[in-house]
Design a protein around this ligand. Structure first.
Ligand SMILES: Cc1ncc(COP(=O)(O)O)c(C=O)c1O
Length: 481
C-alpha cells in the first residue's frame, strides 16, 4: 500500500495529474497489482511445498501438487520427457504474460520492460549450474549453443589434431566432428566404453597425447539411460590442460549439475526437455577464464561492438556467443522453468526420477520379448528398450491409441550403439518426477499385452508361412502325369 501512496503523492507534487498521466498511472498500478498477486501466488506455492515437507526445504516431491501445476499430464500418460516435457503452469503464464505485453507495447518496448525478468533468467541458470550470470549465453537450442563454441574452436584446429569423444555421443555433435575432420584433417577418436557401458576413464587417459586438442562428451545420451562420468573426465581434461566441452542437454533438469565439479570449460543445454521450459530455448555456459580458448563461431552486433571503420570489440562475457534476435517470451519462460525446477530441488527430482525409472526397468525386464538397452553404472530417467520383432515406430503408434506418449530412437540417431545391438530402432520411455507409479504400471501392462499379441501374430505368420512353404514343396514333388 505504501508504494501506491508514494506514487500518488509524487504525482500530485509534480502536478503531473493530467489525463494521459492518469491513464499511464492506472496501467502501471494494474500491472503492479498483477505482479504482486503473481509473486504472492508463487510464494504461497513454495511455502505450501515446504510445509508439506514439515519445514525441511529439501523434501520429497509432492507429486499431486506437481501434477496440479501440469495441465498436460491429465490428457495422457506422458513418457516423452527426453523429446520435450510438459511445461508447468507458471512457465506457461510467464510466456503468455510477455506475449500479451508485446501485443500492447510492441516487441522492443516489451523487452525493455522485461529486462529485470530477463536478467533473472541468466541469474537462475547460473545459480542452478553454480557459476556466474556473465558466464551464461542464451540461444534458441542446445545445438545452437554447442555449435557456437565447437565451430569456434574448430577454426583453430589443424591436420593431425585430435578430438576425443564418447561412443554414445549426440548425433549432431558427431556429424559436426566428422564435417570438421573432412575439412581440416582433424582426427575424431571415440573412447571405448568400460565394462558398464559408460566412457572408460582409464582408456581416455591412455589416449591422451600432445595432439589432443579437445575432449567433448555427452553427459546423458539422447537414446539411453547412461550417465557418463563427467566429473572424472573433467579431472583428466584439467590435469592435461585440454579444453573440455560437455553436452548436458538431457541431464539438465533431471539431476543437479555443478560446472565446478565437472571441471568443464563449456556446457550446452536445452530448455524444453527435463527442465520443462518452452521450445526454442537453449543455453551455454563458458568459464570466464576459458573465453579465449573458445572464440565464437559467428559474431553480430550483439556479440560484438563496431568501434571504428576497421575495428570491433567482442563482448567481454559469454554474451559473445549470443545473437541479437531472440524470443524474449520463451527466454523469460526458461528462467521461470529453472526457478520452478529449483523450487522442487534437483537432487529431489533426480531421486524420484531414478525411483520411477528403476521400477519401470524392473517391470519391463519381466516381459520375455523385451530387451532393456540402458547402459552404464548409473542409469537415469531415460528408459530404452526393444521388443523382439517389433518396430519402435509401430509400437509408438499403438501406444498412442492407448493414450500413452513415448518416443523412438532410430539407428541414424545412434549408429554405434544400435549397430552394436543389431537393432534398427529403440523405444524410449523417459520418466519425470510428476509421473505416477500407476502410470508406469499401466504402461507396462500395455507393453505386455502388445508384446504378446505381436509375438502371437508373428508366431501365426511364421507357422502359416512354413505351412504354405511345405505345401508348395509337396505340390512340386507330385509326379506329373
Ligand atoms: C544429448 C543431446 N544433445 C543435444 C540435443 C539437441 O538439442 P536441441 O534440439 O535443443 O538443439 C539433444 C536433443 O535431443 C540431445 O538429446
Amino acid at each position: 500500500m505504501s508504494v501506491y501512496t508514494a506514487i500518488l503523492l509524487n504525482l500530485y507534487r509534480l502536478k503531473a495529474a493530467d489525463s494521459a498521466n492518469w491513464i499511464r498511472l492506472a496501467e502501471f498500478l494494474y500491472d503492479l497489482t498483477l505482479r504482486s498477486l503473481r509473486f504472492c501466488e508463487h510464494w504461497l506455492t513454495l511455502k505450501k511445498r515446504i510445509l508439506v515437507s514439515n519445514g525441511v526445504p529439501s523434501m520429497a516431491i509432492n507429486v499431486e501438487m506437481a501434477r496440479q501445476d501440469t495441465p498436460g499430464c491429465f490428457a495422457a500418460v506422458y513418457l516423452h520427457h527426453s523429446g520435450a516435457s510438459l511445461m508447468p503452469s507458471p512457465v506457461i503464464e510467464a510466456v503468455r504474460h510477455h506475449l500479451e505485453l508485446e501485443l500492447m507495447r510492441g516487441g522492443y518496448e516489451a523487452e525493455e520492460e522485461a529486462k529485470d525478468q530477463l536478467r533473472t533468467t541468466y541469474a537462475s541458470i547460473a545459480r542452478m549450474l553454480n557459476c556466474q550470470p556473465g558466464e551464461i549465453a542464451l540461444s534458441e537450442s542446445a545445438t545452437a549453443s554447442w555449435n557456437s563454441v565447437f565451430y569456434g574452436i574448430a577454426q583453430t584446429l589443424k591436420k593431425g589434431d585430435k578430438i576425443l569423444t564418447a561412443r554414445s555421443e549426440y548425433v549432431s555433435n558427431m556429424i559436426a566432428y566428422l564435417q570438421v575432420a573432412e575439412r581440416t584433417g582433424v582426427k575424431v577418436l571415440t573412447v571405448p566404453d568400460d565394462e558398464h557401458g559408460q566412457l572408460d576413464v582409464k582408456a581416455l587417459e591412455d589416449m591422451i597425447d600432445l595432439d589432443v586438442r579437445l575432449i567433448a562428451v555427452t553427459h546423458v545420451p539422447t537414446h539411453n539411460g547412461l550417465v557418463n562420468p563427467v566429473n572424472e573426465i573433467g579431472q583428466i581434461a584439467n590435469d592435461y590442460n585440454i579444453p573440455y566441452l560437455v553436452d548436458a542437454c538431457q541431464s539438465v533438469g533431471q539431476m543437479a549439475l555443478d560446472v565446478d565439479q565437472m571441471g568443464c570449460d563449456a556446457l550446452s543445454a536445452t530448455g524444453r526437455k527435463f527442465l520443462r521450459g518452452p521450445r526454442g530455448t537453449g543455453f551455454l555456459y563458458v568459464r570466464q577464464s576459458s573465453l579465449e580458448k573458445f572464440p565464437p563461431a559467428n559474431l553480430d552486433l550483439h556479440a560484438a561492438v563496431w568501434t571504428a571503420e576497421d575495428q570491433y570489440e567482442i563482448q567481454p562475457g559469454a554474451r559473445r556467443y549470443e545473437s541479437f534476435e531472440s524470443n524474449i517470451a520463451a527466454r523469460i519462460g526458461l528462467g521461470v522453468a529453472v526457478e520452478y525446477a529449483m523450487s522442487w530441488g534437483l537432487t529431489e527430482i533426480y531421486s524420484r526420477v531414478r525411483f520411477l525409472a528403476d521400477r519401470l526397468r524392473n517391470l519391463l525386464s519381466d516381459i520375455e520379448a523385451v530387451e532393456i538397452r540402458d547402459k552404464g553404472k548409473e542409469k537415469c530417467g531415460i528408459v530404452t528398450f526393444s521388443i523382439d520383432g517389433v518396430d519402435a515406430g509401430d509400437f509408438q503408434q499403438q501406444m498412442r491409441t492407448k493414450n500413452i506418449k513415448c518416443g523412438v530412437s532410430r539407428r541414424s540417431i545412434a549408429v554405434i550403439d544400435l549397430d552394436d545391438w543389431g537393432v534398427d530402432s529403440l523405444i524410449r520411455a523417459p520418466v519425470h518426477y510428476y509421473n505416477t507409479e500407476n502410470e508406469i504400471d499401466y504402461f507396462v501392462r500395455q507393453v505386455r499385452i502388445l508384446a504378446s499379441a505381436l509375438q502371437w501374430a508373428l508366431g501365426e505368420f511364421v507357422s502359416c508361412w512354413a505351412f504354405s512353404h511345405a505345401s508348395r514343396a509337396r505340390l512340386r514333388v507330385v509326379p506329373q502325369r
